[in-house]
Design a protein around this ligand. Sequence first.
Ligand code: AMP
Ligand code: MG
Length: 401
Amino acid sequence: MLELEEALAKILSVLPATESESVPLNQAHQRILAERLLAPINIPVFDNSAMDGYAVRAADVQGANVEAPVGLQMRGRVPAGENFAGEVLPGTCVRIFTGSPLPRGADAVIMQEDTRIDPTAPETVLCLDTIKPWENVRLQSEDIKRGIPLGEKGEVITAGRIGLLAAMGLNEVHVGRRPVVGLLATGSELVEAGQPLEPGKIYESNRLMLATLLEQAGVSARIYPLVVDTMADTQAALQKAMDECDVVVTSGGVSVGEMDFIKSAWEQLSGDLQFWKVAIKPGRPFVFGRCRGKYLFGLPGNPVSAFVTFLLLVRPALMQWQGATDVALPVHFGILTEPLSNPGDRRHFMRVIVDAAGKVRSAGAQASHILGSLAAANGLVDVPPKTTFQTGDTVKVLRWE
Ligand code: AMP
Ligand code: MG
């Protein structure tokens, strides 16, 4: 049985190198940059106004105030998107708007609220406040200078970054290829939603749950039909998924019972088992294998075991597959409002609820078949063997949303 870190290191060490592909920017959210990206242009592209007001020469309005306003002759206007042909000469100004190019000669913008139109001379703008050179001006390249890196290989493309790339005029970006992931659920007791429940049967729930987690990791899943617990069915299902996908994620059938066929079926298809069993709770019987460039992640069938092993062992693998440098789950530190106790001899990833104030409490019963507390939870706390975290302790909460 491997420790969690050993298991993860094993998985990450045998995954293939990332391939890259080009995607349109509107499909790039959450993708991983495949190369360092350099800014093709400056932002701002040109000096422009940060305010609605008047483009002036700062020296002209030195010392102006409400009692002693300075009058400037208005020589025209420059709406956003246009250019002012002339020049702001001493003693003059130009009406300007947020984002309009700063006219030649001007070196500041006085905001509209600090001016008044002279009622007796409508072409005269009275400036009611003094101003420093370059005040209310957004300078060319003060945000992004042409040639600087906009992102590094391995970084995630966030909404903010999409805004930046769009502002650069880019409409395509190089990202890591996503794996095609097949989802199988094994178990002769499983029934599809919408079908009647015969005695002894239960509705299958792992595939959709895992598909949702996959989507959060930026991967869309192929969902395969339910697999009954026979060697022949398990082999046929694995073979088909393996032919069509890069990665096969299964649930159930990895324990020690004689109805657990995943490991032996995989080996029959000439796959290898890199390891079986990880020293965590829930999720001990997790299995990982390889077969001719294809990968098997065999998750235990109990819903919480499948959920937790997906987050701890499959998600980081899929992130690395896409080229991500940081494959860890997001974390949140919080303060316990009740003890969390693990009397067992394996690390227990306990379901918790962390609220907006950072208070952390148990999400309820912690057995690996309890879906109610999984549905209520928004985090996991890693409690070491034979350990109790006390009320008031600061704990690290692993998140997935
Ligand atoms: P197994 O890992 O196959 O021994 O299954 C462990 C437990 O999880 C059993 O109670 C199964 O009925 C249940 N289980 C397995 N797969 C699923 C699934 N896809 N959806 C809901 N429950 C499942
Ligand atoms: Mg089973």
